[in-house]
Design a protein around this ligand. Structure first.
Ligand code: HSE
Length: 280
């Protein structure tokens, strides 16, 4: 049994910990019988194993002892939701093999025990652009958008989400909060209308602090705008820089720019369907 889970980009500018988008770049997770494992080829316990196991603990069902094998293209620790793919992958495999058929809402509640913010988890599960609202319950709402193109500028250095969260202030001024609410509203309205402008991605909660962790941010931002981006932002907690356009990007070779770090550019689209179970 296998599941295919999409990469994601969280925050999208002003939607810190609230907005995420699924992309057509994937990891695959496969359940393997323990007696088929050559231990040398597998890490002891990966995050997908942990999530798989956690599902049984949380639902108080009898554990079915298997190993989760991970493969795929989502880069690790680059702000493209690789940990969320592992959590959703492990939980979906457990949901399937246990025949519990839990709802998406219940699956996300279990996933949140392992990553305490939903903005990568929900789009990885259901696809599209997802707004997350936390009050008495965790709600998530998929919004309709016109077709969008996404450029991921992925550097050869990583950022740790933990560190990128630690450097953020504990408190914000009322002006900054209002600034973010207004830009998050602008983002959602513009996405629905297909009329994206660069100020949809303006934010005062995380990007001003995190930009300093991403060497050559301004250079990449300029390259993105010069090649057709309508908006540029830090993908999740970085180190990837994301760019969005409702039109095609120009074709360009990142190597022609005089950059210190090695950057890989992926031209992606929204994945609208989310994670998918693949039965043998
Ligand atoms: N919203 C999260 C953050 C995404 O920016 O820290 C990364 O896990």
């Amino acid at each position: 049994m296998k599941v295919k889970v999409p990469a994601t980009s969280a925050n999208l500018g002003p939607g810190f910990d609230c907005i995420g988008i699924a992309l057509n770049l994937y990891n695959e997770f496969e359940l393997i019988d323990r007696n088929n494992i050559n231990e040398k080829n597998f890490e002891k316990e990966n995050l997908a194993d942990k999530a798989y196991k956690h599902f049984f603990e949380k639902t108080k069902t009898t554990f079915i002892d298997k190993k989760v094998k991970i493969s795929g293209d989502v880069p690790i620790s680059r702000g493209l939701g690789s940990s969320a793919t592992c959590i959703i992958g492990g939980i979906l495999l457990a949901n399937e093999i246990s025949n519990l058929n839990l709802s998406d809402e219940k699956l996300i509640d279990i996933a949140l025990d392992l990553e305490n913010h939903p903005d990568n988890l929900t789009p990885a599960l259901i696809g599209g652009i997802v707004l997350n609202v936390k009050d008495e319950k965790n709600k998530f709402i998929k919004i309709k958008s016109k077709s969008l193109n996404f450029l991921a500028f992925i550097p050869d250095f990583l950022t740790s989400t933990e560190k990128a969260r630690e450097i953020l202030p504990k408190n914000y001024s009322r002006e900054d909060v209002v600034y973010n609410i207004s830009h998050a509203m602008l983002f959602i309205n513009s996405i629905k209308d297909g009329n994206i402008t660069k100020n949809c991605f303006y934010d005062k909660i995380h990007q001003p602090y995190r930009k300093n962790l991403i060497d050559e941010y301004e250079k990449i931002e300029k390259i993105a705008f010069d090649n057709g981006a309508k908006g540029v932002f830090i993908s999740g907690s970085g180190s990837t820089i994301g760019a969005i356009s409702d039109e095609n990007f120009k074709e360009f070779d990142i190597k022609k720019y005089n950059l210190k770090n090695k950057w890989k550019v992926l031209n992606l689209k929204i994945e609208n369907n989310g994670a998918k179970i693949i039965k043998d």
